[in-house]
Design a protein around this ligand. Structure first.
Ligand code: COA
Length: 204
């Protein structure tokens, strides 16, 4: 039975089960930010009501053990800076995450993803942690590499990112398995991701 903790501490951050009154902070920090929500599977929130509704769905999914969402809170100033989720499917957890733009590039999400993978594999029934990201979302791909996940391939027309287009887009699929954990850790970006990052810079 999936029964993850309601709170989890990392070096600089704390994950906790969200509460409805987090809506204001989530809305202000990232849910309305079109840059942050570009590659997520939900529409940018227009009002804090949208955020409250989203939190209601998250909390009922937690009760049903279908998926778990944690608010990411920075220890230093107790500020809510993002969210990470694990969707449960049998022996698998699929991760999704988002972070306020002001906090990008400090290694926060790598720290969170690494900790959640560690915690996932403490559950006897979980054998695979995986996630997808848009083929243009190289920051997210890099987070997964740094957290010890490996690219399995490209899933064609996999995800709709409604803030970009209604047409499903290709996604990179990354995973780590309980058996392989630790054996595939990469510190430097993979050659493939280096080349993709270079090509994206040329296109910009
Ligand atoms: C993706 C996201 C969570 C990353 O969070 P973060 O805390 O900034 O990530 P980290 O600092 O741990 O690592 C980011 C890495 O990506 C790299 N990176 C950032 N932008 C990049 C880009 N455009 N191209 C290639 N690499 C990039 C950074 O240099 C860093 O790698 P490095 O440590 O080797 O230098 C954050 O950018 C975000 O919330 N984006 C919007 C929501 C989103 O896309 N969520 C994922 C949906 S799949």
């Amino acid at each position: 039975m999936n029964n993850p903790p309601e709170t989890l501490k990392t070096k600089r951050l704390r994950l906790r089960k969200p509460v409805l009154k987090d809506a204001e902070a989530i809305f202000a920090q990232y849910a309305q930010d079109v840059e942050v929500t570009k590659y997520v599977s939900w529409r940018s929130h227009r009002t804090v009501k949208d955020t409250r509704e989203f939190l209601r769905v998250c909390l009922s999914a937690w009760e049903e053990r279908k998926s778990f969402h944690w608010a990411i809170v920075r220890e230093e100033d107790n500020q809510l800076v993002g969210m990470i989720s694990a969707r449960v499917d049998s022996h698998k957890w699929e991760l999704g995450y988002v972070l306020a733009r002001s906090c990008w590039g400090r290694g926060y999400m790598t720290e969170v993803v690494k900790s959640l993978i560690e915690r996932a594999f403490k559950q006897p029934e979980i054998y695979r942690v995986w996630a997808v990201c848009d083929v243009d979302n190289l920051a997210s791909a890099r987070v997964m590499e740094k957290a010890g996940m490996t690219r399995e391939g490209i899933l064609r027309s996999w995800s709709v990112h409604p803030n970009v287009s209604a047409v499903p887009r290709d996604s990179f699929c990354y995973s780590v398995s309980k058996q392989a954990k630790g054996s595939e850790r990469q510190v430097a970006p993979s050659k493939r991701l280096q080349a993709e990052t270079k090509a994206a810079k040329i296109r910009r």
